[in-house]
Design a protein around this ligand. Structure first.
Ligand code: GLP
Length: 245
C-alpha cells in the first residue's frame, strides 16, 4: 500500500485528482469507479477545473459508482445519482450515457443488483476505483459483517452510518435504511484503488483498517490484500499512522 501524506483537505483533493488525472492521461477511455460522501467533493472540483482548463478529457471515460440508497428517486438531492451529476458529471465533458450508478428506484433488490454487476462486466472492468472510508471501516456501503459480501447486494445500513449521513438530510428519519452497493469482490476486482481520507475523525479507523487485522468487521481492511492501493490522506487523518508510513 502506498500512503501519500498531504497537508490538508485541499492538498489531499489536488493530489487525489492528480492520481485520477494520470490514469485518464495514460488511458483516455478508462473506466473509473467513483464514490460519494463529503471526502471526494474537492477531488471532483479539481477534476472539473482541469477539464475546463483543457488538461483532462472525459469524453471517452466510463464511470461506475459504488452505491446508491434504495428507494430514492434520481431527482432527490440526496440520491447518489443527483450527487454525481451535481458534483461532477454536469461540470465535465463526460457522456452521461457512459455513467452508471446503481438504480435505487428498482424495487426488486435482486434484479437491481444483478443488473449492476452485468453493467460493470460490460464496461470491461474498473481501471481505477476511488473510495472514501466510513467511520466503522465501511467501503461503498459494505458494513461490518461476519463475512465479506462478494457482489453488488442490498444492505441494511447500520445505526452509525445512518447517524453519520443524517447531516445531509432534513432529519434522521428521512435517511434511507437500505442501499445497493458493490460488494467487496466487485471493489477488489478494480485494477487500481485510490482511497481518500480527511479529518481527525478518521484517524482511528485509518490505523485499524490499514494496519490492523484483516476482518469483515472492518471491511476496508481487505484492501491490504489488493496489489495496487494508494491512500491519500491529510495530516489529521494520518495522525495515528504517521510514524508507520
Ligand atoms: C457513505 C458512502 C461511502 C463513503 C462514506 C464516507 O456512507 N456510502 O462511500 O465513503 O459515506 O463519507 P464521508 O466521505 O462523508 O466521510
Amino acid at each position: 500500500m502506498k500512503f501519500i501524506l498531504t497537508k490538508d483537505y485541499d492538498d489531499m483533493s489536488r493530489k487525489a485528482a492528480n492520481v485520477i488525472g494520470a490514469q485518464m492521461i495514460l488511458k483516455n477511455n478508462s473506466v473509473l469507479g467513483l464514490a460519494t460522501g463529503s471526502t471526494p467533493i474537492g477531488t471532483y472540483k479539481c477534476l472539473a477545473e482541469r477539464n475546463a482548463a483543457g488538461d483532462l478529457d472525459f469524453s471517452q471515460i466510463t464511470s461506475v459508482n459504488l452505491d446508491e440508497y434504495r428507494g430514492l428517486p434520481h431527482e432527490n438531492d440526496q440520491s447518489y445519482y443527483y450527487f454525481m451529476h451535481d458534483n461532477l458529471f454536469s461540470k465535465v465533458n463526460i457522456d452521461c450515457n457512459n455513467t452508471y450508478v446503481p438504480d435505487g428506484t428498482i424495487a426488486d433488490a435482486e434484479e437491481a443488483c444483478s443488473k449492476y454487476e452485468e453493467i460493470i462486466a460490460a464496461t470491461g472492468g474498473v481501471d481505477l476505483q476511488l473510495l472514501g472510508l466510513g467511520h466503522n471501516g465501511h467501503i461503498g456501503f459494505n458494513e461490518p459483517a461476519d463475512v465479506f459480501p462478494k457482489l453488488t447486494h442490498c444492505v441494511d445500513l447500520t445505526e452509525s452510518t445512518i447517524q453519520a449521513n443524517a447531516r445531509f438530510f432534513a432529519s434522521k428519519e428521512e435517511v434511507p435504511t437500505q442501499a445497493y452497493t458493490m460488494g467487496i469482490q466487485t471493489i477488489m476486482n478494480a485494477k487500481k484503488i485510490l482511497v481518500v481520507v480527511s479529518g481527525s475523525d478518521k484517524a482511528a479507523i485509518v490505523k485499524k483498517a490499514f494496519f490492523g487485522d484483516i476482518t469483515p468487521q472492518v471491511p476496508a481492511s481487505i484492501l491490504q490484500l489488493h496489489p495496487d492501493v494508494t491512500i491519500v490522506g491529510d495530516a489529521e487523518a494520518f495522525a495515528e499512522i504517521k510514524d508507520m508510513i
